[in-house]
Design a protein around this ligand. Structure first.
Ligand code: NAD
Length: 479
C-alpha cells in the first residue's frame, strides 16, 4: 500500500543524536517510509544562544502543525538556569504516557534473561518532574512532588487499554504508597478503580523497591507495568540494560493530539563523534512512529530487518561479545546491514507483524468537587535558636484560639511535644496550628502577622484541609 507523505518534525539532537538520527532516517527512507520532514533545532546549540528553555518559539509551531515528533537525544546542561528540553516538550504538549517496550534478543544479544517482553508505561508529566524546587532555608532544599487525579487516571487507563489492545495478560503497578500514602496512594487507588473495568487482565501492585529488584532479577514475570514518572524513568533503563543495552530500546510519548518518538537513552557524550553508537533504540522509536502514522507494512519491514541484523551477529560495540557477535560495526555500517536485510524475516527471533490499531483516547473522569474546609495551617520556619522545646515556648504565644500550636516536626519527624533528644534537627521547622474546627483565610493571616511580629522567619505555609470531611494532610512521623 502506498501512503501519501506524512509531515513529521525531526530534531537531530546532541552528542550521538545526529549520528543515530542520520542512520535511522536512511533506513526508514530505504524501506519506503513516506515522510515529509520539517527539521528543527533544539538542545545545546539553542541553550548556548541564551534560550534557557532550549527550544525556539518557531519550533513549537512545527510541532503543533505536524503533531508527530521524531527526536534524537538532547544533552541537558547540568545545574541551575536551564530546564530539561525533554521534560518541557513532554509537559507542554501534554504527552501524558511514555510507552517503553523492552525485549531481549537471546541468544543473539547477551542477556541473563531470555524471553523478556515487558512494556513500561510511565506517567510523563507529573511527580518530581514538576521541576518546582526551592531553597527554603540555609540548610534545606525542596522539590515538590505533584500527583493529580486526572493525570493518573489518563496514564493508568492508557496502560490498561494498551494491554487489552495488544493481547497482554497482566498489568503491574509500582508505587511507594507505604510511605507516600497520599500521592502514591492516590495512584494505587486509581489503578484499582480503573483496573476493575478490565476483568480479563491480571492486576497486581508492587512497592517500587522490591518491584525494581524483581524486575532486575526476574524480568520475565512482568508484562505491562504502569508507574509514576521518576520510578518509570529508572526502571525502564534497568529493564533495557538487563535485556542487553540501553541502546536498543525506543519509546513513544503519547498525547491526545501530538506524539513524540525517541530512544530511551541519552546523548551519550562519551561516544559522540566516534560513529560507533547503536542506532537501534532510535530506529525502534521510528518503527513505533510508523505504526502511529498507519504505515504498518513499512514498520513491519524495518523491524524484521533489524531483528535479522541482530540475529546475524552484526553488532555495534555496546552489544558486541566475541561469543554472540560476528562483526563489530559502526553506526553507518549497522544502518547498511539493516537496509541490506529489508524484506527478510528473522529466522529464530519471532518476526513482528504490525496491524493498524485505533488510537487510544483517554480522558479523566468528571467528578463533583469535594466539599473543602480549612481546619488548620502548617507554618514552615527557618530557625536556629536551640532545642525544639525552646522554639515551642517562643512560638506558643503567637497562636490564637482558632489556631493554637499543636505540633512541631523537623524533616517530618515530630520533635514537640514529646520529642526525642536523639532526633537530628536542621534549621527547617514545620509548625502545625490547629484546633480541629474550621478556620478562614483571615484567621491564617492573623496568625502569620503574629508569627512575623514575634520575629520569626516564615518560609511558607500549607493549609490543612478536609475534603468531604476526610483529612487532606499527613500526620507527623511519630504523631
Ligand atoms: P546516556 O543514556 O546518554 O548514556 C548512558 C550509557 O549508555 C553511556 O555509557 C553511553 O555510552 C551508553 N549508551 C547510551 N546510548 C547508547 C547507544 N545508542 N549506543 C551505545 N551506547 C549507548 O545517559 P547519561 O550519560 O546519563 O546522559 C547523557 C546526557 O543525555 C545528559 O545530558 C542527559 O540529561 C541526557 N539525556 C537525554 C535524554 C533524552 O534526550 N531523552 C534521555 C536521557 C538522558
Amino acid at each position: 500500500m502506498t501512503h501519501k507523505a506524512q509531515a513529521i518534525t525531526v530534531a537531530h539532537g546532541d552528542g550521538i543524536g545526529p549520528e543515530i538520527m542520520a542512520a535511522s532516517l536512511r533506513i526508514l527512507r530505504a524501506a519506503g517510509a513516506q515522510l515529509e520532514i520539517e527539521t528543527i533545532e533544539i538542545g545545546e546549540s539553542v541553550y548556548r544562544r541564551g534560550v534557557s528553555s532550549g527550544i525556539e518559539a518557531s519550533s513549537w509551531d512545527s510541532l503543533r502543525r505536524t503533531g508527530v515528533f521524531y527526536k534524537a537525544p538532547i544533552t541537558t546542561p547540568q545545574g541551575g538556569g536551564f530546564k530539561s528540553i525533554n521534560v518541557t516538550v513532554r509537559k507542554t504538549l501534554g504527552l501524558y504516557a511514555n510507552v517503553r517496550p523492552t525485549v531481549s534478543y537471546h541468544p543473539f544479544v547477551h542477556t541473563r534473561f531470555p524471553g523478556i517482553d515487558v512494556v513500561i508505561v510511565r506517567e510523563n508529566e507529573e511527580d518530581l518532574y514538576a521541576g518546582i524546587e526551592h531553597r527554603q532555608t540555609d540548610q534545606v532544599y525542596q522539590c515538590l512532588k505533584l500527583i493529580t487525579r486526572p493525570g493518573s487516571e489518563k496514564v493508568i487507563r492508557y496502560a490498561f487499554e494498551y494491554a487489552r489492545r495488544n493481547g497482554r495478560k497482566k498489568v503491574t503497578c509500582f508505587t511507594k504508597d507505604n510511605i507516600m500514602k497520599m500521592t502514591d496512594g492516590l495512584f494505587h487507588q486509581i489503578f484499582d478503580e480503573i483496573g476493575a473495568e478490565y476483568p480479563e487482565l491480571i492486576r497486581e501492585h508492587r512497592i517500587i523497591d522490591i518491584g525494581a529488584a524483581y524486575l532486575a532479577d526476574r524480568p520475565n514475570d512482568f508484562d505491562v507495568i504502569v508507574t509514576l514518572n521518576l520510578y518509570g524513568d529508572i526502571i525502564s533503563d534497568i529493564a533495557a540494560q538487563v535485556a542487553g543495552s540501553v541502546g536498543l530500546a525506543g519509546s513513544a510519548n503519547i498525547g491526545d493530539r501530538i506524539a513524540m518518538f525517541e530512544a530511551i537513552h541519552g546523548s551519550a557524550p562519551d561516544l559522540a563523534g566516534k560513529g560507533i553508537a547503536n542506532p537501534s533504540g532510535l530506529l525502534h522509536a521510528g518503527v513505533m512512529m510508523l505504526v502511529h502514522l498507519g504505515q504498518c507494512e513499512v514498520a513491519t519491514n524495518v523491524h524484521n530487518a533489524l531483528l535479522r541484523t541482530l540475529e546475524d551477529g552484526v553488532h555495534t560495540g555496546d552489544i558486541f561479545t566475541p561469543e554472540q557477535s560476528k562483526s563489530r560495526v559502526t553506526t553507518e555500517e549497522f544502518a547498511d546491514a539493516v537496509i541490506a536485510r529489508l524484506g527478510q524475516l528473522p529466522q529464530q527471533l519471532t518476526p513482528v507483524h504490525y496491524q493498524p490499531v485505533a488510537a487510544v483516547a483517554t480522558s479523566a473522569s468528571v467528578r463533583q468537587p469535594a466539599k473543602k474546609e480549612i481546619v488548620g495551617v502548617d507554618v514552615f520556619l527557618q530557625w536556629t535558636g536551640g532545642a525544639p522545646a525552646e522554639l515551642a515556648e517562643k512560638l506558643q504565644p503567637t497562636g490564637t484560639p482558632h489556631l493554637p500550636l499543636t505540633m512541631i516536626t523537623n524533616r517530618g519527624v515530630k520533635v514537640w511535644p514529646q520529642g526525642f533528644p536523639e532526633t537530628f534537627c536542621t534549621d527547617h521547622w514545620r509548625c502545625r496550628f490547629q484546633n480541629g474546627a474550621a478556620v478562614s483565610h483571615a484567621d491564617i493571616l492573623q496568625l502569620l502577622e503574629r508569627v512575623a511580629s514575634a520575629g520569626f522567619d516564615f518560609i511558607k505555609t500549607e493549609n490543612l484541609c478536609t475534603f468531604d470531611g476526610k483529612p487532606g494532610y499527613s500526620l507527623g512521623q511519630g504523631q
